[in-house]
Design a protein around this ligand. Sequence first.
Ligand code: GRF
Length: 206
Amino acid sequence: MADLLKLGVLISGNGSNLQSIIDHIEKGSLKAIIKIVISNNPDANGTIRAKKHGIPVVILKHTDFKNKEDFDLELIKILKSNHVDLVILAGFMRILTPAFLKAFSHKIMNIHPALLPSFPGIHGQKQAVEYGVKISGCTVHFVDEGVDTGPIIIQSAVQVLDDDTEETLAARILKKEHMIYPQAIQLFADGKIEIKGRKVRIKAQE
Ligand code: GRF
């Protein structure tokens, strides 16, 4: 059997995407192993979820470091010592430094709650409701030096209803997030992702 893809998951909050990745791994629809979960927030609910499934957790408070660079160097150290192949940002509320991007070039994925390039940054769902778009959704993409600008891997659309609030739309988008993030990771595990410039091509079945 081929080696399982080794994941390092970075979180800051609830960790429902982390939970979905765990669930897909446990039911066999995602051939990967989570080597480590790192949270910059000691109170993140996601740390409880990880521990429940016997996944090692490290709390790394960014406020304990004198700058972003030092924080990221420690992140890199932990991820490398766990032989992580792919870094998964799952609600991780920190911007990564160039050194981190270089250490895991084209090996960092993020999920964003809007159809990029619309509504990047925080509160993607609120921006969509306030703008009045009829369709929003979520995007899994590789991380580059910009904010939510990297090559897009998978997107899923969600209809915006007339009476949607930020919360109701976010809840429907989250359901789609839980489907497409594990799919994108499985594509990576299968070696089916080809990046050309800012475009991702999904290779056909061999
Ligand atoms: C999700 O909406 C994700 O798109 C965004 O942060 C949120 C994380 O939610 N990047 P959770 O912690 O996975 O529940």
